[in-house]
Design a binder for this molecule. Structure first.
Ligand SMILES: NC(=O)c1ccc[n+]([C@@H]2O[C@H](COP(=O)([O-])OP(=O)(O)OC[C@H]3O[C@@H](n4cnc5c(N)ncnc54)[C@H](O)[C@@H]3O)[C@@H](O)[C@H]2O)c1
Length: 357
């Protein structure tokens, strides 16, 4: 696809997408925000946990502080932000900055894309999941009932500012959630990173700033490249849904965290892969999933979950586009008839036969 990134001075790297560019500041510091955005015309959207942990840093910045949690990634919160923006007299020159996890970056990007038909926005991801995944790629949206990310828009942020020091306040459970997406990237695209994950564990990455900054950048670059190749998800970008089809269906039925839902989804997708692509490395995958404190195979109500899964955005009439693995590091997109998938899911047994788990 040719060279699509170029240095843009002051430590930022510019990545070009089809309709816009994003300047990414890897291994940077929150304090750089002052040189990227003018305090007068900038409003930071964050949540109460992040605000509480980083109040001193936010001094002097206009902020909108939301309640934390996926249940607030809904239209009512978007409306609330819009009303606060009107009160703060935000106009077309205003830049919105989403400083937070994936909930905050998703909803901030969504509001910025519709407020006054679109204003500038940037992200400061604060969770590992947002750093490695959610803040990248321009998908901004909200949930509708049990349907995750049902409403939204694809629009790239103007900048991404990475400060891994912000992870110091991130709870352990959220580190684990982040690793679900990192294991996903390794499984579909990067066998060498998968080996790196096998050699380390959560504690090693939590203790070593250099190691985590490098891991974050490696993951961000994987996602950026996939999005550059296929921004509007006609092909390759679908690979990023590995673990998410079943994962999303489980997430809203069982109030699981995103990371747990995805790791369970990845384990079952590996089992489906065993049946449909001849994938033989489920044991390695499950071992890494457990190594990072995440669940793999878990019981669920197959009928209920299948009913939600049928409504997935990846469904096209009677088939569903499912992401499977051929081997570690190589994800493939497979169109599976819903009927066949239903039969496979109905036959799932926990623990699964033949996986040694
Ligand atoms: N747009 C995309 O491409 C994309 C990709 C993957 C996931 N997502 C979305 O991301 C969301 C999940 O992201 P998430 O796990 O970051 O969720 P989140 O935003 O709910 O953050 C998780 C929790 O960690 C807290 N937190 C975040 N950073 C913190 C910090 N530095 N210190 C202390 N607490 C902190 C938050 O307050 C929250 O309680 C889901 O809504 C998912 O749909 C979007």
């Amino acid at each position: 696809m040719g060279i699509k990134s170029s240095p843009s001075g002051v430590g930022g790297i510019q990545f070009k997408f089809s309709q816009a560019s994003t300047t990414v500041y890897f291994d940077a510091s929150f304090t750089q925000l002052g040189s990227l955005a003018d305090k007068k015309n900038t409003i930071i959207v964050t949540d109460e946990n992040i605000f509480a942990a980083h109040t001193a840093k936010l001094k002097g910045w206009k902020t909108i502080v939301l309640k934390a949690g996926e249940e607030y990634k809904v239209q009512a919160t978007a409306d609330d932000i819009i009303h606060q923006l009107i009160q703060l007299e935000a106009d077309r020159k205003t830049t919105l900055v989403g400083m937070g996890g994936g909930v905050i970056t998703d909803i901030t990007g969504y509001v910025a894309s519709v407020y006054m038909r679109g204003i500038a926005f940037g992200f400061i991801p604060t969770s590992l999941l947002a750093m490695a995944d959610a803040s990248i790629g321009g998908k901004n949206g909200i949930d509708a009932g049990v349907y995750k990310n049902m409403v939204g828009i694809i629009r790239q942020p103007n900048f991404l500012l990475y400060d891994v020091n912000l992870l110091k306040s991130l709870p352990d459970a959220e580190w684990q959630n982040g690793f679900a997406e990192i294991i996903k990237h390794a499984s579909i695209k990067d066998a060498a990173m998968f080996s790196l994950l096998e050699k380390n564990d959560l504690g090693t990455f939590q203790k070593n700033k250099k190691l985590i900054a490098a891991l974050v950048e490696r993951n961000a670059r994987i996602k950026i490249k996939v999005v550059q190749n296929d921004e509007f998800e006609k092909g390759e970008r679908k690979l990023l849904n590995y673990g998410h089809t079943l994962g999303h269906a489980l997430e809203n039925q069982y109030q699981l965290s995103h990371g747990h839902a995805v790791s369970i989804g990845m384990a079952y997708a590996a089992e489906i892969s065993r049946q449909l692509t001849g994938f033989t490395q489920t044991e390695r995958l499950v071992k890494v999933i457990h190594q990072y404190g995440l669940p793999a195979f878990t019981k669920f109500d197959k009928e209920k979950v299948f009913a939600v899964l049928k409504m997935d955005k990846k469904r096209e009439r009677k088939d569903i586009s499912y992401i499977l693995l051929e081997k570690i590091g190589k994800g493939v997109i497979k169109s599976i008839p819903l009927k066949q998938l239903e039969i496979i899911i109905n036959k799932f047994k926990v623990p699964l036969v033949g996986t040694g788990i």
